[in-house]
Design a protein around this ligand. Structure first.
Ligand code: COA
Length: 333
C-alpha cells in the first residue's frame, strides 16, 4: 500500500514571561507605535536565563505526544529545527531525545532558520513515505531573546523576535483516505547569506571567540530589512503557487494559509499577491513576535486546538528566511 504522511498530534509551548512593546520602550530607543505599524507585533515571550530551545521543544513535544494519543516510546525518529541551539554543538534533537527518555533512536537537526519547520516536515514526509519510520517527532524551537542588539543599529531586528517552541507527530496515513501531506517544495538562494545572518561564532576566525568580535558586533544577528521584505513577499507566493500547481488546485481550494509569522505586513502582502481573502490567513504575530522555525507550528497548533482548522480542510504553509531559504507544504487536514 502506498503511503502518505499526516500530522496526528500538535503542541506548542512558550515561556510564561511576556514582553510588550511598552516594556521594550524602557530598554531601548523604540516605540509601541513604530513596532505595531511596521510589524503588527504587540508582545512576545522571553525565557528566563537558564532555559534553552531544547527545554521549550521538550515541553511542546509532551503536548504533541499527548495530542496524538501515542506512547512516547512509539516515536522512532526525531527531527529538530532551530537556529538557536542550546550549544554550538550538538544540536537540540539529541537533547529532546534524552529529556523525553527515549531509546537510542536517531535525531536529526535541520539548519534552515525560518523555513526550518517546512524543511523538517518535508524530510520527515520522505522517511514516512519510504516506510523507514512510523512515528516521527518534529520539534521546532527558538530562544533568541538572549542575543539581541538593542542599540540603534540593531533595534529594527531586536523588536521582531520572540522565544517559543512547537512540535508535531507525523505518521503514515492510507492514500485512499487522502488526508495528510500532499506536497512539499523547498528552495534556496545562498547568494544572499549576508542579508540575514549571524556571522560569529565562526571557525574561520582564529581564535573563534574574541573581544574584538564582540566589539565589532559580529556576534549579533544582522538583517537588511528591506531586502528581506522584498524577497519574502516574492518568494512565499511562488512557493504556494508551486504547491497549488503540483496538486492541480487553485487558491480558491485553500481553506487556510499559514505564512511564517515574520512580519504581519509581509503576511498581508503575500495574501494579496495570492488573491486569498485575509480571513483565511492565520496570523498570531501580534502575541508571539517572530519565533523563526517555531512560528508556523505554533500557529498550526493554536488553530487546530481552537477549532479553526477542521478535518479535510486544505491548509498551505509557506516560509521565507535566512539563507535565503523558502518553502511550502500543502496538506488536507
Ligand atoms: N524603533 C523605532 N525606530 C526604528 C526601529 C525601532 N525598533 N528600527 C528602525 N527604526 C528607524 C530607523 O532608524 C529609521 O529611521 P530614519 O528614517 O530616521 O533613518 C527608520 O525607522 C526606518 O528604518 P528601516 O530599518 O529602514 O525600517 P524598515 O522600513 O525597513 O522596517 C522592518 C524595518 C524590520 C520592519 C522591515 O524591514 C521588515 O519587516 N523587514 C523584514 C523583516 C523580517 O521579516 N525578518 C525576518 C525574516 S524571516
Amino acid at each position: 500500500m502506498s503511503l502518505i504522511s499526516r500530522i496526528s498530534g500538535t503542541g506548542h509551548f512558550v515561556p510564561p514571561h511576556t514582553v510588550t512593546n511598552f516594556d521594550l520602550e524602557k530598554e531601548m530607543d523604540t516605540t509601541d507605535e513604530w513596532i505595531r505599524k511596521r510589524t503588527g507585533i504587540k508582545e512576545r515571550h522571553y525565557v528566563k536565563p537558564g532555559t534553552g530551545s531544547s527545554d521549550l521543544g521538550y515541553q511542546a513535544s509532551l503536548k504533541a505526544i499527548q495530542d496524538a494519543g501515542i506512547n512516547k516510546n512509539e516515536i522512532d525518529f526525531i527531527i529538530a529545527a532551530t537556529l538557536s541551539p542550546d550549544h554550538y554543538f550538538p544540536g537540540i534533537g539529541v537533547l529532546v531525545q534524552s529529556k523525553l527518555g527515549l531509546e537510542h533512536i536517531g535525531a536529526l537537526d535541520i539548519r534552515n532558520q525560518c523555513s526550518g519547520f517546512i524543511y523538517a516536515l518535508s524530510a520527515a514526509d520522505q522517511f514516512i513515505k519510504s516506510g523507514m519510520y512510523k512515528k516521527i517527532l518534529i520539534v521546532a524551537a527558538e530562544v533568541q531573546s538572549t542575543n539581541l542588539d538593542y542599540s540603534i543599529e540593531g533595534r529594527h531586528l531586536a523588536v521582531l523576535f520572540g522565544d517559543g517552541g512547537a512540535a508535531v507527530i507525523l505518521e503514515p496515513a492510507s492514500k485512499q483516505e487522502n488526508r495528510g501531506i500532499l506536497s512539499t517544495h523547498l528552495f534556496s538562494d545562498g547568494r544572499h547569506v549576508q542579508k540575514l545572518w549571524m556571522d560569529s561564532p565562526s571557525p574561520k576566525d582564529k581564535p573563534t571567540f574574541s573581544y574584538q568580535i564582540i566589539d565589532d558586533k559580529r556576534c549579533y544577528p544582522k538583517m537588511e530589512g528591506k531586502h528581506v521584505f522584498v524577497n519574502a513577499v516574492e518568494k512565499m507566493p511562488q512557493a504556494v503557487w508551486a504547491a497549488l500547481e503540483c496538486n492541480n488546485m487553485t487558491i480558491d481550494d485553500v481553506d487556510h494559509l499559514i505564512p511564517h509569522q515574520a512580519n504581519d505586513r509581509i503576511s498581508l502582502m503575500v495574501a494579496k499577491k495570492l488573491g486569498i481573502p485575509v480571513p483565511k490567513v492565520i496570523r498570531n504575530i501580534d502575541r508571539f513576535g517572530n519565533t523563526t522555525a517555531a512560528s508556523i507550528p505554533i500557529a498550526l497548533d493554536e488553530s487546530v486546538r481552537n477549532g479553526r482548522i477542521q478535518k479535510n480542510d486544505i491548509v498551505v504553509l509557506t516560509a521565507f528566511g535566512s539563507g535565503y531559504t523558502w518553502a511550502s507544504a500543502l496538506m488536507r487536514w
